[in-house]
Design a protein around this ligand. Structure first.
Ligand code: GCO
Length: 447
């Protein structure tokens, strides 16, 4: 059955990020990022995979934009690699690096595809990390300088900007539990990383506007948090987790406050002053939705807590039982379309000043090379849930599928495939999957 019609002008897009697709890690003056270091040296990426070549988007971007044109999308969301533009993280601009994004933006515009730019999708310049990384306040100011440089060059053609993607993941996965770069296990001592990214977001938003960029938002990760039972221990673990994943980055930005006094007190620097910068009004708000989390009190057993098949360090104040009763993707993620509706409802109820929303990511990992009916079913289900949100008067303006092509899935390396287009990692050949044609036909039918 055809999907119901979305409002006129609803934006259909696809997403990617620099480290996951570009490759060319040592080319044209790009500096190292924390992800190069982590992938090569931590032993924590499955199969020892790295982003050294990835999908070679850096060289094949014209072919990829050609695929997007065939797909008929309105917009391509990609990220700029900070260390490609500023190999040292600050100081001298690498002209060849910035030129690449200029060419990519031109290619998109020439094909009628609106560029949507993320400035930080987790690839911190290694030099910035060496100076303390996101634990240092100075990193926020360096980031704003970088934002101004990219803004100055591309603002005349970029349709949407988002300084940050999922600061929650950088904070928790990267700095609290150490399963992502830079691999630190600071547990709650990682909270300054949250504050400094938020400050970076606010400063960069102002810096972008100062150089003429407009239409600025953020891509934040949100999950429906379901307590595992009605027991007080499970309920309070769920409340704590909800505060960290859903509110820690939304409340400061959308309401100018930290969700709790405790969290505010854990943050470094002149927090009240910073919150004024952080809550600079946005033009839109981006939601990345994948699945709900079932949360329980930490278990008494000695079995380690697992997230995404990754073992968590001991001492976490919650546990994550498997969500049962739903189909699973090949990554083991439950497929819960109504969770998208639930998360949007939660956000607009909590934040009355919510600007228009875009779903900046949604998608699934399946191994099917060509005939990915399960991805079609996933997208169909989630878009129906999204349509129900539109009918409920939630102001959603667009949807970006993660991802245009299969790519480097962080700690899971190349083992998980999220693309509408299959990538053969030996030849780097691209082959559209059935979901690609489904999305193309769906977009056509909407027009
Ligand atoms: C994310 C990510 C992507 C992931 C995707 C699938 O922002 O979490 O933007 O980089 O690849 O979410 O896990």
């Amino acid at each position: 059955m055809a999907l119901p019609k979305f409002p006129e002008g609803f934006l259909w897009g696809v997403s990617s990020s620099a480290y996951q697709v570009e490759g060319a890690a040592d080319e044209d003056g790009r500096g190292p990022s924390t992800w190069d270091t982590f992938a090569a040296g931590s032993g924590k990426v499955l199969g020892g995979d790295t982003g050294k070549t990835a999908t070679d988007h850096y060289h094949r971007y014209r072919e990829d934009v050609g695929l997007m044109r065939e797909l008929g999308v309105d917009s391509y969301r990609f990220s700029v690699a900070w260390p490609r533009v500023l190999p040292e993280g600050h100081g001298e601009v690498n002209k060849a690096g910035l030129d690449f994004y200029d060419r990519l933006v031109d290619e998109l515009c020439a094909n009628g595809i609106a560029p949507a730019v993320t400035l930080f999708h987790w690839d911190t310049p290694q030099r910035i990390e060496d100076a303390g990384g996101w634990l240092e306040r100075d990193t926020a100011y360096r980031f704003a300088d970088y934002a101004a440089i990219v803004g100055e060059r591309l603002a005349d053609r970029v349709a949407m900007w988002m300084p940050l993607n999922e600061p929650m993941v950088v904070t928790i996965f990267g700095h609290a539990v150490g399963v992502h770069a830079p691999g630190l296990e600071l547990l709650f001592e990682a909270l300054p990383v949250a504050h400094h990214q938020l400050l970076a977001h606010g400063l960069a938003t102002t810096a972008l506007r100062a150089v003429g960029a407009s239409n600025i938002g953020i891509a934040n990760h949100h999950v429906p948090v379901w307590p595992a039972s009605d027991k007080p221990g499970d309920r309070s673990a769920a409340t704590l987790y909800d505060g960290l994943v859903n509110e820690l980055f939304a409340a400061p930005i959308l309401a100018g406050r930290y969700p709790t006094g405790e969290l505010a007190a854990a943050m470094p620097g002149p927090v009240a002053e910073d919150l004024k910068i952080i809550s600079t009004p946005l033009d839109w708000y981006g939601v990345n939705y994948y699945m709900p989390s079932l949360v329980a009190a930490p278990s008494a057993s000695s079995a380690p807590t697992m997230i995404d098949r990754l073992e968590m360090p001991a001492g976490l104040p919650f546990d994550f039982p498997v969500v049962e009763g739903y189909p699973m993707t090949d990554f083991g993620w439950p497929v819960v379309p109504e969770g998208l509706h639930e998360v949007l409802r939660m956000l607009v109820d909590r934040y009355p000043d919510m600007p228009p929303i875009y779903i900046t990511e949604g998608g699934c990992s399946y191994d099917d090379e060509r005939h990915d009916d399960r991805r079609v079913e996933y997208l169909d289900g989630h878009l129906r849930a999204l349509h129900r949100a539109v009918e409920d008067d939630i102001d959603v303006r667009g949807y970006f599928v993660w991802s245009i092509v299969d790519n480097f899935e962080w700690a899971a390396g190349y083992s998980q495939r999220f693309g509408l287009v299959h990538v053969d990692y030996d030849t780097l050949d691209r082959t559209p999957k059935d979901s690609f044609y489904w999305y193309r036909d769906m977009i056509r039918a909407q027009r």
